[in-house]
Design a protein. Structure first.
Length: 378
């Protein structure tokens, strides 16, 4: 493409310049962390499969232990893949004027700044979308960092563990390092198995993203109005108007996009809640200090300075915390009442996924999908 809306290289450069270094560790200690995370990730896969009764299909997807700069690079590459259909849509308009108005470099700096913040927070992720030129490389054991990616739309993704963030979190929480690392791996392996054991899930997510892009209104006047709404949302975040105040992300959406966004949020809430429930269900059997870890980790999730809370709302991360709580409550309620096998009917098809209203009323989902509505509370 001739004139993309984002200077992707500048986004990477900006993020790498702004991201804070990880905790200082000796080379030998870094190598030990990388090696143990890889081993625990493999161990966690077996625990998650045994509990969820979900069997991955096809060849195993790669596991990478990365540092913060590599996490930034990989996520910029993934964002570029996901945004490509939108840029194709923009090709039908005068992209030169649009790119000038938005400012490719400004957008690159903004994206890089946001990623620099996130790069110090994320413990791990399953990267669903990666560019086609990414190849499997076993990587090395630098400052804890290891590269190696595979896949693109429709092909296997990659499980990434951000070693310096995990090391920093376990130090800040003062928890057992081995137990904490395995606990994190249980969560991330659940995401990996969700996408590798449910054949239609990736395609469904791609379809929803395509619908979201299709609903994007590129009329300059409409875009200007959305920006004004976003500024209003940002002002509300500054004033801390409460949990119901819209985030800047929500304020930028058109009505049609919000319908798609509702479905996407419901799906992501289910995926995050399922991973949270699995790590706590498996944890007591294999993580001796799981209760202590969960208590301290939840306190850390909800804490932070006023600036940190502001940035979380600005980036929509408060929604992520809600997904953990709401999705976890849904999964726990269904599993407690009907069992793991009955819950797994959620993976039968897109039609058996819970809606946003069902996520706060698990009995309604069970009535619709299982044919029963027990008396429970989420």
């Amino acid at each position: 493409m001739d004139a993309e809306l984002v200077d992707w290289d500048l986004a990477v450069t900006t993020a790498r310049r702004l991201v804070r270094p990880g905790p200082p560790v000796a080379r030998s200690e870094a190598d030990t962390v990388v090696a143990e995370l890889r081993r625990l990730a493999a161990e966690a896969e077996g625990h998650v499969q045994a509990y969820t009764r979900l069997e991955p299909a096809g060849p195993p997807t790669p596991i990478a232990v990365v540092d913060r700069p590599e996490w930034v690079r990989s996520n910029v590459a993934g964002l570029r893949v996901v945004s490509e259909p939108l840029l194709d849509k923009l090709a039908d308009r005068d992209r030169g004027k649009l790119s000038t108005a938005v400012g490719r470099r400004v957008t690159g700096v903004q994206l890089g700044t946001a990623l620099a913040y996130l790069a110090g927070k994320v413990l791990g992720q399953y990267e669903v979308f990666l560019p086609p030129d990414e190849t499997d490389t076993p990587g090395g054991t630098g400052t804890p960092g290891e590269t190696g990616t595979a896949g693109h739309l429709g092909r296997p993704g990659r499980l990434s563990l951000v070693a310096p963030n995990i090391a920093h979190a376990e130090q800040a929480l003062a928890v057992n390092p081995h137990d904490f690392r395995l606990w994190v791996c249980l969560h991330e392996q659940t995401h990996r198995i969700q996408f590798t054991a449910v054949p239609w899930l990736r395609t469904h997510l791609e379809g929803e993203i395509a619908s979201f892009i299709e609903a994007t209104d590129l009329d300059p006047d409409v875009l200007a109005e959305r920006v004004r709404s976003a500024v209003s949302a940002l002002r509300g975040a500054v004033l801390d108007r409460g949990p119901n105040a819209p985030s800047i992300v929500e304020a930028l959406q058109t009505p049609a996009q919000r319908q798609v966004l509702d479905r996407l949020q419901a799906l992501m809430t289910l995926l995050e809640g399922h991973a949270d429930q699995v790590m706590d269900a498996v944890g007591p059997k294999v993580v001796p200090t799981v209760a202590e870890i969960r208590s301290r980790f939840d306190n850390r999730r909800g804490g932070g300075s006023p600036i940190d809370r502001f940035v979380r709302r600005l980036l929509g991360l408060d929604l992520k915390l809600l997904q953990y709580r709401q999705g976890g409550a849904f999964v726990r309620a269904v599993v407690a009442e009907a069992g793991v096998d009955a819950f797994n009917l959620v993976w039968e098809s897109p039609e058996t996924l819970p809606t946003r209203s069902e996520l706060v009323d698990p009995g309604a989902w069970m009535q619709r999908v299982l044919g029963s509505r027990p008396s429970i509370s989420a």
